[in-house]
Design a protein around this ligand. Sequence first.
Ligand SMILES: [Zn+2]
Length: 195
Amino acid sequence: MPYKHFEEYNIQVTDDVKDRYKHIIEDLGENTQRDGLLKTPERAAKAMQFLTQGYNQDPVEILKSAMFKESYNEMVIVKDIELYSLCEHHILPFFGKAHIAYIPNGQIVGLSKLPRIVDVFARRLQVQERLTEQILDCINDTLNPQGVAVVIEASHMCMMMRGVQKQNSTTTTSGFRGQFEKIETRNEFLKLIGK
Ligand SMILES: [Zn+2]
């Protein structure tokens, strides 16, 4: 999935965040004047703006920009959508895959828009549970399908690198609306994504 190159950084935000990063790095015991760290506060400030760019994007607009009348009314599945987010408790990454399905109700949406809205919500400070619900509700409320399902499987750096240090655990969250609340439909979807 090609990501849109993100180069327009807010100069004011970059300056403020850069300044704070410099202090944080020094508070942690490093010397911000050494070669390798000279430009680190600025790079980190830009990286964080990139990783939280979802605050400036409207997922509803993205979906609406590619909705088409269509009579197809079988399940549409986009699986294995790469996902990178930041846990809001530790500001450490969590990453994995999202699987999305919906059953149209007179309208379909351009397939590439589903990974895009995953990114919009993932590029904010998040918890996996809310991320799942936000994707689900956004598709449900905008596209009005007969049903929508979202499953996210992710590994959390805050568990892997610190705390309990459980390096092979993954967390699975899921949400279902409409037709997917029926057990047969839900099972068909789970089978198709290999669960
Ligand atoms: Zn965390």
